[in-house]
Design a protein around this ligand. Structure first.
Ligand SMILES: Nc1ncnc2c1ncn2[C@@H]1O[C@H](COP(=O)(O)OP(=O)(O)OP(=O)(O)O)[C@@H](O)[C@H]1O
Length: 303
């Protein structure tokens, strides 16, 4: 897909595929082109070039059928504040053609999915920002879309709602829904997404599983050993292991730079223990998506 705003190429040859039961993350800083991409996917913007298919239906040629399979949850709230969560869902459910027991059953299911079953009655205007977001997500789910697109659903929400939103997304993919999740929070992309497309300046700079992306940096892992006893002896012992590139001693901690920490950690622990270090804690830290973004773009992901 390609989209221009005047002379600006907001989206430049972005190509995405999302399978049932899969969560794909679109991760990028403000202005990267995420919203423009999903607006084209949802049929709100026409691509200057390229095409969109949802459940085999072309968004350009059969927009009604394609849209029936798609749920878009925009950043802006589209709920009625004066009525309850249940009545909001009933109202939007009716608009989508649900009636009678089908409608009641689906409304109850959706309230549970977004964790609002205990707050179904009061007017939505009394909700926290995060609860309003959850209701907004619920509205996008009513018609059981094949693909759900969430546009930065956790921006500015309280931690409890944030967690509820992440748990809802996990439950949806377990049910087989395909989810496209846009965010500029790498922790969320890491937790939720089977694959992540890193977007910057209108382009997907890299795409893959977290591990595949991280391997692009060629970055090394860190193993941190904390303990008592013969720390200096342990330093010498672990430094002699061929996979250990560097050891930094910091009081009772040893920070080791290694390749492939998971494969090396047992040898490191054995060497340190044999040398007389009494280990209290072992931590492995890997290069994360932040390092990948920096590596690919030379910029920090965070604003
Ligand atoms: N309606 C518009 N007219 C002109 N330029 C636009 C319009 N919408 C977006 N842009 C520009 O297109 C680029 C991509 O914007 P887009 O909103 O898709 O980014 P984003 O990754 O979703 O950012 P954010 O995280 O801030 O929502 C930006 O440079 C933006 O200024």
């Amino acid at each position: 897909m390609v989209h221009h705003f005047g002379s600006l190429i907001a989206v430049d040859e972005v190509s995405l595929r999302i399978e049932p039961g899969e969560t794909v993350g679109l991760l990028g800083p403000n202005g990267a082109g995420k919203t423009t991409t999903i607006s084209m996917m949802a049929g709100l913007l026409t691509p200057d070039a390229g095409s969109v298919r949802v459940a085999g239906r072309s968004m350009l040629k059969e927009p009604m059928q394609a849209k029936r399979h798609l749920g878009l949850v925009p950043q802006e709230l589209a709920i009625y504040p004066e009525i309850s969560a249940r009545d909001n869902l009933r109202f939007f459910g009716r608009l989508q053609g649900l009636r009678g027991t089908d409608l009641s059953r689906r409304v109850t299911e959706v309230l549970e999915l977004v964790g609002l079953q205990d707050r179904a009655k009061g007017p939505a205007k009394e909700f926290s920002g995060g609860m309003k977001r959850r209701l907004n997500i619920g509205i996008g789910l009513l018609h059981r879309p094949t693909l759900l697109i969430l546009d930065e659903p956790t921006v500015g929400v309280d931690p409890q709602s944030r967690n509820a939103i992440l748990e809802s997304v996990e439950a949806l993919t377990e049910e087989g829904m395909a989810v496209l999740y846009t965010t500029h929070y790498m922790e969320e992309a890491q937790r939720l997404c089977d694959r992540i497309a890193i977007m910057d300046a209108g382009r997907v700079q890299a795409e893959g599983t977290r591990e595949e992306l991280v391997s692009l940096t060629g970055g090394a892992d860190t193993i941190t050993l904390t303990g008592a006893g013969e720390v200096a002896e342990a330093e010498t012992a672990v430094a002699a292991l061929p996979q250990v590139q560097q050891v930094v001693r910091d009081g009772f901690c040893l920070h080791l730079t290694v390749r492939g920490a998971a494969a090396v950690v047992t040898q490191v622990v054995t060497a340190a223990t044999r040398a007389g270090m009494e280990l209290e804690d072992v931590q492995i830290s890997r290069p994360d998506l932040e390092s990948v973004f920096l590596h690919l773009t030379g910029k920090a992901l965070r604003d």
